[in-house]
Design a protein around this ligand. Sequence first.
Ligand SMILES: [Zn+2]
Length: 428
Amino acid sequence: MHQVLVLDRNCNPLMPTHPARARQLLKAGRASVYRRYPFTIILHDREGGETQPVTLKIDPGSKTTGLALVADGQRGQRVVWAGELVHRGEQIKARLLSRRQLRRGRRSRKTRYRQPRFDNRRRAEGWLPPSLQSRVANVLTWAKRLWRFAPICAVSMELVKFDTQAMQEPEISGVEYQQGELAGYEVREYLLEKWQRKCAYCGATNVPLEVEHITPKSRGGSNRVSNLTLACTLCNQRKGNQTAAEFGHPAIQDKVKQPLKDAAAVNVTRGALYRRLASFNLPLEVGSGGRTKYNRVRQGFPKEHWIDAACVGVSGEQVHITPATTPLVIKATGRQSRQMCRPDKYGFPRTSAKQGRMQFGFQTGDMVRADVPRGKCTGRHAGRVAVRAKGRFKVGATDGISFKHCRLVQRADGYEYPKGGEAHSSPV
Ligand SMILES: [Zn+2]
């Protein structure tokens, strides 16, 4: 459950409302469904209205980006809408690789030797690899979309993994990490980055890592970041009262001295996203990963992408989340395909040339509902449709449903929503 987005009769956003209220309005005929995903209603009789400031909060990730709309009302900050945007960067990378390989193979088979050409190609400024570009574009699409459906007055995003400022230039001055609990979180994120999320001694990954003193405290070692590393429990215990060199790892002392570039804290995608969001001309708050985690752990929230989004930045210190809140899962699928027909694994055409995009009023990617009265597909089906020129469509996981039984729920918009997600987001 999350709240329903509301528009007035001129399509201007109003405050999101409770699903029960939306249901009443729809039943009374005072509103209509404007859009299914995210579920939005439009009021027939209202023009303008009181709104509270809503912040769009974003936690960008490589696989999943958390989105949250947080309203700032009399009762403080509360999450009114949440979403999890699943990216397709990996898929894009794999497809481009496969295309490149097919073309290279074909070129070497079919073309006589050619002299290499001048290296005269230059990439445009701000160019990003397509897999990263797609992540930025996904988030921007949804930021703009939500901006249209909710009275968003500010944007807040997690920009860096750790805040060097909060640690006061660790490499230069070093800081007592007990000086504040928050600084401790920043130090931990910093160490995770610096030691690549591995035990510094045995290289173990995916195990609980402890912050460890290279020169033990009992022998005068300090709490500065320059004396800290990460170790698994076993190595930490084995090392005991020894220094790293005595424990047989003298190289660790040298690695500590190499400064971690600032670039390591900001990744390329987040930087590009930040610049694009800045062009919205809305107040833009940025936070660090350390701060997000500190906010989340202190409030006792579980680790979810959308909860992380709600906890981003200073404004995420105190957020109210209704236990029943569930995020809308939004999966990026892309639109259509540029391939003229499907090739086999050798790159030869396997199917006939593709037919038109629209078939019987539907296109691949539309969200549909199908009530099949008889036959082997009898029953109700809902989900994303894959159209076929012969009129037998695939709806969700079921293939062979006639177009005659399909009813449009929402036009393809480059994203897929959960199967049966209609029940999730629709109060009617
Ligand atoms: Zn270890």
